[in-house]
Design a protein around this ligand. Structure first.
Ligand SMILES: Cc1cc2nc3c(=O)[nH]c(=O)nc-3n(C[C@H](O)[C@H](O)[C@H](O)COP(=O)(O)OP(=O)(O)OC[C@H]3O[C@@H](n4cnc5c(N)ncnc54)[C@H](O)[C@@H]3O)c2cc1C
Length: 303
């Protein structure tokens, strides 16, 4: 099946506002870079997501799952195929000490809902700008906490389009890694097991962490957070700073002066600019320290 046939099939499943054609991905990534995607689907329900995936698998076209695009670079040539953006699955429910959220729910809203219900343990997540599904896939973490510490299970769609509920152990979470990526799963819901706490203490801790972020991170420029993974035994930001790369620029992209671990979109950067900065940083740090910096940010699409 070609893309035109797939478009017809999908338009019979989805409402008009759930499907976009030739959509510039710079409008859907926190880096604000990225060319057009042939078909962008933002389904409002799990059922529509499954029906869409069924058609996409049958058509045998390339596809990609995304949340808020806060850890994503789409190249300037865009993406040939279908991107499924899960932000329509954004419900958040409280059941005693547990928070159950849709895969597309904002992680920070989920942490705030935990606060409203005086549930502690999710404070670390309140400043991470992705979705619940993206956070599970990446085992997102900050300030000594990570998704692995609080998750009880995640419901996922597997490659056979079956809904499977994976326990914390089955998710095989480690530093910025999970089974979600290994097995091409789609996270549609997750349950976090928290503890009853004191509202004011939880709020004060969240505010403290968010102040620390504002102090240390270049939050007034588009970026994808830490561009590189932490190499064993080192800190990426320190290696980059010690290589004299703070402020290094290619076009509109730059190594942040405030935090060398962040590449930022300083001035209308293209994806090419960002990737050129990344490549130069990797090369320089390797030459100086013999350390390979792997990107934490996911890179898709064509030049
Ligand atoms: C200013 C800033 C600060 C940040 N700080 C942190 C931080 O402190 N700690 C941290 O860990 N990260 C941080 N990040 C990075 C990012 O927010 C996290 O990695 C986040 O978990 C990504 O979620 P997302 O929904 O945006 O995923 P996306 O960027 O859309 O996707 C990232 C990856 O997850 C996969 N994915 C997304 N949703 C799903 C799903 N439902 N099912 C299966 N796979 C999925 C995608 O396929 C992709 O491989 C920061 C980013 C920014 C811009």
């Amino acid at each position: 099946m070609n893309l035109e046939e797939l478009k017809i099939k999908l338009s019979s499943i989805l409402d008009e506002d759930e499907i976009k054609y030739n959509e510039p991905m710079k409008n859907h990534t926190s880096f604000k870079v990225g060319g057009p995607c042939d078909i962008l689907v933002i389904p409002k329900t799990k059922e529509k997501l499954i029906l869409t995936l069924k058609e996409v698998y049958a058509a045998n076209v390339p596809y990609f799952i995304m949340g808020k695009g806060s850890n994503l670079i789409v190249k300037d040539g865009g993406f040939r195929g279908v991107i499924l953006k899960l932000t329509g699955l954004d419900y958040i429910l409280i059941r005693d000490n547990k928070v159950i959220a849709g895969g597309g729910a904002s992680l920070s809203n989920t942490a705030r809902e935990a606060l409203t219900n005086s549930l502690k343990g999710m404070e670390f997540a309140s400043g991470i700008p992705g979705t619940v599904g993206g956070a599970v896939a990446m085992n997102a973490g900050a300030y000594g906490g990570e998704i692995k510490d609080i998750i009880e299970w995640a419901e996922c769609i597997d490659q056979n389009l079956k809904l499977v509920k994976l326990s914390k152990e089955e998710l095989d979470l480690s530093y910025r890694h999970s089974k979600v990526h290994d097995d091409n799963l789609v996270v549609v819901e997750a349950c976090f097991n928290l503890e009853k706490g004191n509202y004011d203490e939880i709020k004060a801790y969240m505010e403290d962490l968010n102040r620390r972020r504002i102090d240390k991170q270049p939050l007034n420029y588009p970026s994808a957070g830490s561009t590189f993974k932490r190499p064993p035994g080192y800190f990426a930001g320190k290696l980059i700073e010690d290589s004299g790369l703070k402020g290094y620029r290619c076009g509109g992209a730059m190594v942040s002066e405030k935090h060398a671990g962040f590449v930022i979109n300083y001035d209308n950067a293209t994806a090419r600019d960002v990737l050129d900065v990344i490549k130069h940083v990797q090369k320089t740090v390797y030459e100086k320290f013999g350390v390979t910096l792997e990107t934490e940010v996911k890179i898709i699409g064509e030049e």
